[in-house]
Design a protein around this ligand. Sequence first.
Ligand SMILES: [Zn+2]
Length: 276
Amino acid sequence: MVGVLAKIRSRRALRCIAVITVTAIAFAASKVRAQALEIDPAKIIDLTHTFDASTIYWPGEETGFSHEYEKKGMTPGHYFYSSAKYAAPEHGGTHMDAPIHFNQHGMTAEQVPLADCIGPAAVIDFSARAAKDRDATLSVDDIKSYEAANGPIPDGAIVVARSGWGKYWPDKVHYLGTAKPGDVAGLHFPGYSPEAVAYLIKNRHLSAIAIDTASMDPGSSKSFPVHRLWLASDKPGFENLANADKLPPKGATIFCIPMKIGEGTGGPARIFAVLP
Ligand SMILES: [Zn+2]
């Protein structure tokens, strides 16, 4: 009898422990959910230039960003209504390069996983050199001195090459080196060096690379070795970042949300960072 009572008591105790455990897990989960939804607006940095008539495209593009109202005003039903249509080349403004841009067998825009578009930011600054030389490139030495100061670039990181060029947007002469339509020879702005990108591919496991200029390759490049190297790794690149000067060297998380264009070679993106 005593034995049966003890068994009943221990069963009750077990049930009680189980209830407490389930309650504790539910409480912890709700706390995590609440924390996940709480983002301090002051910690969100918009890394995107507005798309409008001033948006910068490659000199060879015949058209830029067009946006036209189809309806805007009061309806016969006495309510306001507006809608518009837009068109744009894929590669201009703040945008993503999908691997297929320079890699015949690479992913198209809709195939690029969002996991490759989100990651810890590693912001490598070479703006002092770029300020003296428009053709400056981010070098292997820049990567090494960044890591000496900030520790190794983590797996899944998004490297941002910061040239300081964002401040020139949307002044084409300063940003691109030329405002003449079709003047590809006049392009002069900073980019990645092929050696730096080869080093990153070989030694680090990044989600993406990004830059605050019009191209991952410097403007003076004729054969786009950085595009060919990086996109061959089947990872995306992000170009024309705004507000890169507001990012700390490490600690922020970058989110790039590109337009999901079927068979796209890239496309406009909303890019932002959340500060630590
Ligand atoms: Zn592009």
